[in-house]
Design a protein around this ligand. Structure first.
Ligand code: ADP
Length: 443
């Protein structure tokens, strides 16, 4: 399902001369760079048949695996190389991404730092940020000291509500019914024999507003908001990650009514069949046990929300009733939603005039986070101008339009290409039906 005509031509050429290794390699690299991950995987596999154990091709294949969330497969491809000293640093970075996906923070940190020390150009800011938890390179000790959890993650009041979330009317409505109505109108739900409970899994492209929505849901409910990142759970000590999860749920129960939000949940809830290490499977089991609670009332007043960019890697056990039994797609914003997001982002900024529709038109394929980046940069520029001028210089439409020329949107197209693969090839249960209109849309 490759849209690009240049790539199509190359694929045709590779089909006609299947033994042309440089051609296959080039094609695979291009497919990977453009985010056609499943297609890239296929080409790298074919290239490896021609050149077994080629490090560049193996690295490409492993990257294609890792970016599709097949972390175990990525590590299997890399392991023969990683066992040798002086392996290509790029492989170390890919291994770090896969290990992080598997929940092995300590090994991920070790691989990453080792690779970047040898080849600073291999650094990856996003990965480094996700690894930012304290990481040591020693092998895993059995059992470690339990640290009091409350010191690290706190329940906070959320000051944002659904009024601060532009567009997304369908998503907000789904959350209202799921999260808000049962607590606001319990009699109605009791009359229909439905009880509050069960979590919602928000999925969609990175930067699309999932965290923002979760925080707004807490504000809308007047509930406390507990936000949990990977680094709050994963720990190098065997058994400690499970204890962290238990403590997080206990803290949320004590703060009820509370929205407990798990970001990047695919790493904590990945398919157990994809995991190579037993202790990672234990984390998944503990997570399931906490979601179920010891009895019906255990999680009363705790609404569990989770966000992921890769819902297809989540163990199906998480989708059973009472767990994350509702999947909600948080789509990339359309034209009207982009204008509305820009309006909210510029709400308290000094504006001369602002044609929000014009900026929205110039920012196709931008997600909320991209729009926020755009406005933040424009405001910084204006601040500098204002300081130089000695008076406030307001923001204009032209300022934002000018910046759209140099700031490219993040990875929505790449994300939709990956999503398309899953919807086309693995949608037997109909779980991804909500995505269909998006991935078939002509752009
Ligand atoms: P995700 O969790 O999906 O990666 P975030 O929630 O972190 O995305 O979004 C990044 C930022 O983009 C938010 O902090 C918010 O400022 C802005 N944003 C995204 N979507 C919206 C929206 N619908 N309305 C207002 N702001 C938004």
């Amino acid at each position: 399902m490759v849209d690009d005509s240049g790539l199509q031509a190359l694929r045709e050429a590779a089909r006609l001369s299947p033994d042309n290794l440089p051609l296959r390699r080039h094609l695979a690299d291009l497919l990977l760079a453009q985010g056609y991950l499943a297609e890239a995987e296929g080409e790298y596999r074919a290239a490896l048949v021609l050149a077994p154990r080629d490090p560049g091709i193996t690295a490409g294949l492993a990257e294609a695996f890792a970016r599709q969330g097949a972390y175990g497969a990525a590590m299997s491809a890399l392991e023969p190389f990683l066992a040798q000293p002086g392996y290509p640093p790029r492989m170390g970075v890919i291994a770090a991404r896969a290990l992080l996906g598997e929940g092995d923070l300590a090994q991920a940190g070790f691989r990453y730092h080792e690779a970047v020390m040898r080849e600073p150009g291999a650094a990856d800011a996003d990965l480094a940020a996700r690894l930012a938890a304290p990481v040591k390179a020693e092998p895993q000790p059995v059992d470690g000291p339990a640290e009091p959890y409350e010191e690290e993650v706190a329940a906070r009041r959320s000051s944002v509500t659904f009024d601060d979330v532009a567009g997304m009317e369908g998503v907000k409505e789904a959350l209202r019914v799921k999260l808000l109505l049962p607590t606001q109108q319990p009699e109605l739900f009791a009359a229909f024999g439905k009880r509050a409970g069960g979590g919602v899994l928000l999925y969609g492209p990175p930067g699309g507003g999932k965290t923002h929505l979760a925080r707004a849901a807490a504000g809308e409910l007047g509930a406390a908001f507990v936000s949990v990142g990977l680094a709050d759970v994963l720990d190098m000590y065997v058994g400690q990650s499970e204890r962290n999860l238990r403590d997080i749920f206990d803290a949320a129960r004590r703060s009820a009514p509370c929205v407990l939000f798990f970001d990047e949940v695919d790493a904590l809830a990945a398919r157990r069949s994809d995991m190579r290490q037993a202790h990672n499977r234990q984390v998944v089991n503990q997570f399931l046990a906490e979601l179920d609670g010891v009895d019906d009332k255990a999680n009363e007043g705790v609404l569990v929300l989770a966000a992921t960019n890769a819902p297809w890697y989540i163990d199906v056990a998480f989708r059973r009733p009472g767990r994350f039994d509702q999947l909600v797609f948080v789509p990339p914003p359309d034209l009207a939603a982009r204008a509305a997001i820009l309006r909210i982002l510029c709400r308290d900024k000094p504006l001369a005039e602002m044609d929000f529709e014009a900026v929205a038109k110039a920012t196709a394929d931008y997600v909320g986070a991209d729009l926020k980046g755009l406005v933040d940069r424009a405001v910084e520029d204006k601040l500098r101008e204002s300081i130089a001028a000695g008076r406030p210089v307001p923001l204009t439409t032209r300022d934002l339009l000018a910046l759209t020329k140099s700031q490219r949107p993040s990875s929505v197209l790449e994300w939709l290409a990956t999503a398309r693969n899953y919807v086309m090839h693995a949608n037997d249960s109909g779980a991804w039906d909500e995505l269909l209109p998006w991935i078939n849309r002509k752009r």
